[in-house]
Design a protein around this ligand. Structure first.
Ligand code: CAA
Length: 258
């Protein structure tokens, strides 16, 4: 049903794989639309508790599709960036955690796509960068904003203005990725994190995602208030009763997503 991505659900994990290896999984408008559709399926499917996003071949995603963008006028370019923002804002808004398993190049729109995920796990072969200024443009899928928020303004300016590519170790050092794994162990590492999250209370996990994502862009006072309200929603769940009862009775909790 999809032409540029693969999507399957197994053991509560939704696997989304960008599958355009000949173009290093570059994001054209079709890929962006297919990804949006897959994430909307994930959001609607109660059986899915966590998503792992990865790429086929030697790239995670080598950026927005330069061949397609080279034929666009400014308005068309703008529309494509709007499509990218729509997808990445949606990934941040859905309740389920998304783990990027960054298997190779994550450049330009690919680095931006990884940053719209909740957690990034990189293969030792992964390479990150925002090469846009070398093409006469700037990051347009949220990179100027998400990179600054993840690694700080100084490092974001350094990476964006030089267009330098960095390896997994450096990405880990600056806080762009949360874990590094050998290439053959990448999916296992991502699944381990996914299964750890899946073992926790789903409402609490979703609430934490919302509190962090929304609170981050608020002033501290509003963010504190937002945390109290989201905390209260989790506190009222049946899973809170179960989690605390299980702790007090020294048994494993059985969460019901209620
Ligand atoms: N768009 C379209 N096609 C791309 C692509 C991209 N971003 N990246 C790679 N490809 C294509 C190549 O054109 C090539 O196609 P052909 O075989 O038909 O020639 C194929 O994928 C394989 O690529 P290379 O031969 O270049 O592979 P390599 O191993 O020698 O180099 C690379 C790998 C360093 C990643 C190199 O491909 C590269 O620099 N790619 C472009 C990276 C880039 O500039 N990304 C930013 C795009 S702009 C953007 O993303 C804007 C935004 O913020 C939204």
């Amino acid at each position: 049903m999809y032409e540029n991505i693969k999507f399957e659900v197994k053991d509560a994990i939704g696997y989304i794989t960008i599958d355009r290896p000949k173009a290093l999984n570059a994001l054209n408008e079709d890929v962006l639309n297919e990804l949006y559709d897959a994430f909307s399926k994930v959001e609607a499917d109660e059986a899915v508790r966590c998503v792992i996003l990865t790429g086929e071949g030697k790239a995670f995603v080598a950026g927005a599709d330069i061949a397609q963008m080279s034929q666009m006028n400014a308005l068309e370019g703008r529309n494509m960036m709007i499509l990218g923002h729509k997808l990445m804002n949606y990934m941040e808004a859905i309740e389920k955690p998304i783990i990027a398993a960054v298997n190779g190049f994550a450049l330009g729109g690919g680095c931006e796509l990884s940053m719209a995920c909740d957690i990034r796990i990189a293969s030792t072969k992964a390479k990150f960068g925002q090469p846009e200024v070398g093409l006469g443009i700037i990051p347009g899928f949220g990179g100027t904003q998400r990179l600054s928020r993840l690694v700080g303004k100084g490092m974001a300016k350094y990476l964006i203005m030089t267009a330098n590519m960095i390896g997994a170790d450096e990405a880990y050092r600056i806080g762009l990725v949360e874990q590094i794994a050998e290439p053959e162990a990448l999916m296992e590492a991502a699944e381990k994190v996914a299964n750890t999250i899946i073992s926790k209370a789903p409402i609490a996990v979703a609430t934490a995602k919302a509190a962090i994502n929304h609170g981050y862009d608020m002033d501290m006072k509003s963010a504190s208030k937002f945390e109290i309200e989201t905390f209260t929603a989790a506190f009222g769940s049946e899973d809170k009763t179960e989690g605390m009862d299980a702790f007090l009775n020294k048994r494993a909790p059985e969460f019901k997503n209620k």
